[in-house]
Design a protein around this ligand. Structure first.
Ligand SMILES: NC(=O)c1ccc[n+]([C@@H]2O[C@H](COP(=O)([O-])OP(=O)(O)OC[C@H]3O[C@@H](n4cnc5c(N)ncnc54)[C@H](O)[C@@H]3O)[C@@H](O)[C@H]2O)c1
Length: 235
């Protein structure tokens, strides 16, 4: 039987690219997102029981990529803590639900998990306290779980993308433009000028790293956070 991979958040820019990258590498990808469509199962990652049900229904997989996420511009002095809670629920609680459910799914055979953190989780960014905290928390969770699951042959890694051209980044541009009274196109252009490479990343560039990390070729890599940021964190 071929290798099977669950992709959570598979309807998003990076998640959809992961689905295609797994298929191109000969895997069978199984996708889930908040809203089902012809190709995706419905799953609210904030619901631990629903995550368990998803992991059980699809049967044993060899890999799981957690690409669900949400973002908001959150100036700390005026932050709405309902928004803080929502970001934590999707980015961090949901990731823990996935790690727990898929640790059980992969028990016996082993496998690989990849969680999509962010450069903002490695180096905090202004007006992004909730998002940066959730993504830094994810890196801590990945390191802990990676150590815990070494004996059962499950590798656990994170990737930390820079600015990737997806719907989420367009939402961020809108939020910053509103918070700072700037023109949205000017904010977008500024994203494309960040990092040593001075460009946005394509979702496929992140997806290829996620798929590679799941491959046995990376059997020696666990507990790592790989920047996929075209040099953003170097500047
Ligand atoms: N785009 C970037 O610049 C960038 C940079 C660094 C990290 N990331 C991270 O990459 C991941 C993918 O982001 P993207 O850029 O593809 O954004 P996206 O908005 O295109 O995709 C996010 C997906 O998560 C899904 N999702 C949100 N809440 C959910 C829930 N409760 N249950 C199930 N699914 C839910 C959405 O429906 C969406 O399909 C996110 O974790 C994001 O934080 C993105």
């Amino acid at each position: 039987m071929g290798r099977r991979a669950a992709v959570i958040g598979a309807g998003g820019g990076i998640g959809a690219a992961c689905m295609l990258a797994f298929a191109a590498a000969g895997w069978e990808p199984i996708g889930a997102d908040l809203v089902a469509d012809d190709a995706l199962r419905a799953l609210d990652v904030t619901d631990a029981a629903a995550m368990d049900g998803f992991a059980r229904d699809i049967g044993p997989v060899d890999a799981m990529v957690y690409a669900a996420g949400t973002v908001a511009t959150t100036p700390i002095a005026t932050i709405d803590f309902a928004v803080w809670r929502r970001i934590m629920a999707v980015n961090l609680d949901g990731a823990a639900h996935a790690a727990s459910a898929f640790a059980r799914n992969m028990a016996g055979e082993g496998g690989a998990m990849v969680f999509i953190s962010s450069a903002a989780g490695v180096r905090g960014e202004s007006n992004a306290s909730a998002y940066s905290a959730s993504k830094a928390g994810l890196i801590g969770m990945v390191e802990s779980i990676a150590a815990e699951l070494v004996p059962v042959n499950i590798r656990v890694n994170a990737v930390a993308p820079g600015n990737v051209d997806t719907a989420m980044l367009r939402d961020v541009a809108r939020g910053i433009a509103e918070a700072e009274g700037r023109d949205r196109a000017e904010v977008w252009d500024s994203f494309a000028r960040t990092g040593a490479a001075r460009r946005l990343l394509a979702p496929e560039e992140v997806a290829r790293v996620c798929v590679a990390l799941c491959d046995d070729g990376f059997s020696g890599v666990t507990g790592a956070t790989i920047p996929v940021d075209a040099g953003y964190l170097l500047t």
